[in-house]
Ligand binder design. Structure first.
Ligand SMILES: *[C@@H]1O[C@H](CO)[C@@H](O)[C@H](O)[C@H]1NC(C)=O
Ligand SMILES: *[C@@H]1O[C@H](CO)[C@@H](O)[C@H](O)[C@H]1NC(C)=O
Length: 313
């Protein structure tokens, strides 16, 4: 019992120090300080003195909000609790985009929750688009090690000059380093942060087999701990950024520590259910960055196996 306690304490210590080291001082905002409603009228409701927000989907409408500013690089985060019970076809998205400003050459970074059916877990997808590269999907899908409808969990995106990291509960789950061969496919123009809930009946849950059933509505997604920590910038004049070189360097200097990398490979070994890198039907020759990702996975399996005496999965 005592050793279990020590172990728990130790892993808490490791995860908070390695992650908090970079982001410990990033305080959350009240909704009015950084965000604005974009659709859904009364389907968006502020709670907890305006420091948290509920967005819901019913027969009339979904709902959504966006950051007041666009950002060129930064750290973006929210604690999210998903609609409980039956929520097939319901999509909850937490993402960055500049599709409003750059119709043909937009950039995008997504967390998308793709509904559930009773008795089955919610599934999560991440995606990355750069400069209108919508014909090159870079999706990954995951199962989750917890029930995302029961408690709040922290979902975060770090976006710097040369790296994108998605985190769940401060553990990195996906990293994409910029490589020369990606060219414009690496997001490089200012983006807004969005949170939305909407009806994705045609595709979200098992490819659209399970549709939204409004008998169970309203479907309510809760957002709290809203963190917007980036370089606000004018989309048509990115050099107008509020950050100086020192600020930007803070995001550029974020790397994944050895402990975090171990945690990331642990998560990925167990929970990645789809990766575009291994979809040979779609990409007979996987996009170039996949070589780095495959090499990291092999190394991770090796390290993970050694540390825990387990083989690869
Ligand atoms: C966080 O803030 C404290 C107090 O202002 C400061 O001493 C510390 O260096 C900061 N940490 C980081 C990582 O910026
Ligand atoms: C983005 O796309 C536009 C239009 O296709 C192209 O002119 C531009 O060079 C691209 N930018 C980058 C960074 O690749």
């Amino acid at each position: 019992m005592a050793s279990l306690y020590v172990l728990t304490l130790l892993s808490f210590f490791i995860s908070t120090t390695s992650y908090g080291h970079v982001f410990e001082n990033y305080s959350s905002l009240a909704f009015e300080e950084g965000y604005t409603q974009i659709f859904g009228d009364s389907n968006l409701m502020l709670v907890r003195d305006g420091r948290a927000v509920h967005i819901s989907l019913d027969e009339r409408s979904g709902a959504g909000f966006a950051s007041q500013d666009l950002y060129l690089h930064g750290f973006f985060s929210a604690s999210i609790k998903l609609p409980s019970d039956y929520a097939a076809g319901v999509v909850v998205a937490f993402y960055m985009s500049n599709g409003d400003v750059f119709e043909k050459t937009h950039d995008e970074l997504d967390f998308e929750f793709l509904g559930n059916i009773r008795g089955r877990e919610w599934r999560l997808q991440t995606n990355i688009y750069g400069n209108g590269s919508t014909e090159v999907g870079r999706e990954e899908r995951y199962s989750l090690p917890f029930d995302p409808t029961e408690d709040f969990h922290l979902y975060s995106i770090l976006w710097s000059q040369d790296r994108i990291i998605f985190y769940i509960d401060s553990i990195p789950i996906r990293e994409m380093a910029r490589s020369p061969s990606m060219g414009g496919d690496f997001p490089s123009k200012p983006m807004s942060l969005y949170a939305t809930i909407w009806d994705g009946s045609t595709w979200a849950t098992l490819g659209g087999r399970y549709k939204v059933n409004y008998k169970y509505s309203p479907f309510v997604a809760e957002f709290a701990d809203l963190v917007l920590h980036g370089c606000a910038a004018d989309p048509v004049d990115p050099l107008s950024s509020t950050c100086d070189r020192h600020d930007s360097a803070r995001y550029d200097s974020v790397t994944i520590s050895t402990d975090q990398r171990l945690a990331m490979h642990g998560f990925r070994n167990k929970h990645v259910t789809y990766s575009y890198c291994y979809d040979l039907e779609r990409y007979p020759t996987p996009p170039s960055e996949c070589r780095t990702i495959a090499a990291a996975a092999a190394q991770g399996r090796h390290r993970h196996g050694k540390r825990h005496g387990r083989g690869s999965i």
